[in-house]
Design a protein around this ligand. Structure first.
Ligand SMILES: Nc1nc2c(ncn2[C@@H]2O[C@H](COP(=O)(O)OP(=O)(O)OP(=O)(O)O)[C@@H](O)[C@H]2O)c(=O)[nH]1
Ligand SMILES: [Mg+2]
Length: 210
């Protein structure tokens, strides 16, 4: 796979400056507020569940009816990693082909990208390659972006068309991608928090090494 930075390599770029304050967050005791913001982009074909995943993780809700995203939607969430408060800016993009041209600008300042496919839709998994190609075309290795592959709609196990093994092999063979797939369900919430937190922790650990 092309020019993405290997997650094990370090690079000079970084996002966010670190001003440190102490503060108390319920359930976490005293933590350090680092004023670090990570921008996370969600990509993938139309209808795979990008918006549903963002809504489930940030608001805890789910809706059955499909309303296609137009352009991009934004969500914010704060998380604690290593006793540090990290602010996340989540950019939920439109999967529909006609919006693809404006996505080049979305990559600016991006720390992590979630590429989503639907486990019941083999085409959406085939197209993951296209999305990774799009990332490579619009970013440079110095941007040091961490990518996480997510297979959504895991609640529809009976209709599963994409093998976990194939998705894991894809991750292992693609240098900038976290080395395993997260199969999740925006409907039931299965693994949703684990997936987002795995990405945030991977970004955080990379930046810590610099
Ligand atoms: N069964 C099931 N349905 C889901 C799940 N996630 C999303 N859906 C449904 O799939 C449809 C599309 O979901 P969206 O979240 O709008 O998809 P999207 O990827 O944001 O689509 P675009 O905005 O057009 O790119 C909706 O009808 C959702 O209810 C899931 O985990 N399980
Ligand atoms: Mg959407």
């Amino acid at each position: 796979m092309g020019n993405c930075n290997n997650t094990k390599q370090s690079s000079s770029s970084s996002s966010g400056n670190r001003q440190q304050n102490k503060l108390n967050v319920q359930g976490h005791g005293e933590i350090t507020e680092t004023k670090v913001t990570y921008k996370i982009l969600i990509l993938g074909d139309a209808g795979v569940g990008k918006t549903s995943l963002a809504i489930k993780w940030v608001d805890g809700s789910f809706q059955e009816n499909y309303i296609a995203t137009i352009g991009v939607d934004f969500k914010k969430k704060d998380v604690v990693v290593d006793n540090q408060l990290i602010k996340l800016q989540i950019w939920d993009t439109a999967g529909q082909e006609r919006y693809n041209t404006i996505q080049a600008t979305y990559y600016r300042g991006c720390a992590g990208i979630i590429v989503v496919y639907d486990i019941t839709d083999a085409d959406s998994f085939q197209n993951v390659q296209k999305w990774i190609g799009n990332i490579e075309k619009n970013t440079s290795p110095n941007d040091d972006i961490t990518i996480l592959l997510v297979g959504n709609k895991a609640d529809l196990e009976d209709e599963k068309m994409v093998k976990t093994e194939d998705a894991n092999n894809f991750c292992k063979n693609t240098s900038c991608v976290v080395d395993k797939v997260f199969e999740v369900s925006a409907k039931t919430g299965l693994n949703v928090n684990n997936a987002f937190m795995a990405l945030v922790e991977a970004i955080h650990n990379k930046k810590k090494k610099k």
